[in-house]
Design a protein around this ligand. Structure first.
Ligand code: SF4
Length: 221
């Protein structure tokens, strides 16, 4: 019964904008902000974040659940987002979410690159790939399998680990990405023991690295 309720809740949160994949002159935006990248291979890098609204993946530990319902956030012109990013003069622009691949990202990513900006994407890969990025962070989630189009695009695989089975899931995804992609294991923030799990794993699997959410330690955005 509870499971049914959860499924109904998830269905109600799926934004209708997901059906407008061809329309990218406007995108639903939760927030934009200028900070430093807190996790992954580019940790510590001056970054302008564009957090798009809408996600149908449903991770139970999600720390951005307010982004799930795209209808609760304004539609913004991609031209305005590009101008705002350019004005911030960051080292990188990070397009994140929510799940940004619910939308056609061609217009936004091409516009940012035309403006001379380096553009990164953070995605679960749960929808078909679109856009033109300098770096793609692929963070697959067990609650919704990735679309196969993501694998050849991956610059960085980042798997959140809460339990031992997440490590075998990480290896399954790692077998499908380019051989030069960075492979990262990240402890699930709220799960005791998750860090020691990946610490021991990395000691015996040197091809993997640990990613820490430094923005949570330092209490920055
Ligand atoms: Fe949250 Fe990201 Fe999972 Fe969507 S894919 S539920 S935004 S953690």
């Amino acid at each position: 019964m509870l499971r049914t309720h959860k499924m109904n809740l998830m269905t109600s949160l799926i934004p209708t904008t997901v059906t407008s994949k061809a329309t990218s002159a406007v995108l639903p935006v939760v927030e934009t902000f200028h900070s430093v990248q807190g996790e992954g291979a580019w940790t510590g890098t001056n970054a302008f974040f564009i957090r798009l609204a809408g996600c149908d993946v449903g991770c139970p530990w999600c720390d951005t659940k307010h982004s799930w319902n795209a209808h609760r956030h304004p539609q913004r012109l991609t031209a305005d987002l590009i101008a705002e990013a350019k004005a911030a003069n960051p080292a990188i622009v990070v397009v994140t979410g929510g799940e940004p691949l619910m939308y056609d990202l061609s217009s936004l990513s091409n516009g940012l690159r035309t403006a001379g900006l380096r553009v990164h994407l953070e995605t679960s890969g749960a929808h078909p790939f679109s856009g033109n990025f300098d770096w793609v962070t692929f963070s697959p989630k067990p609650s919704k399998p990735p679309h196969k189009s993501i694998y050849l695009q991956v610059s960085e695989l980042k798997v959140v680990v809460a339990k031992p089975s997440d490590l075998s899931r990480a290896e399954d995804h790692a077998a499908q990405i380019p051989t030069d992609a960075v492979k990262l294991l990240q402890p699930e923030w709220g799960t005791p023991g998750s860090y020691s799990l990946i610490f021991e794993y990395v000691l015996s699997h040197p091809e993997w690295r640990i990613s820490l959410q430094t923005h949570k330690f330092t209490n920055i955005r």
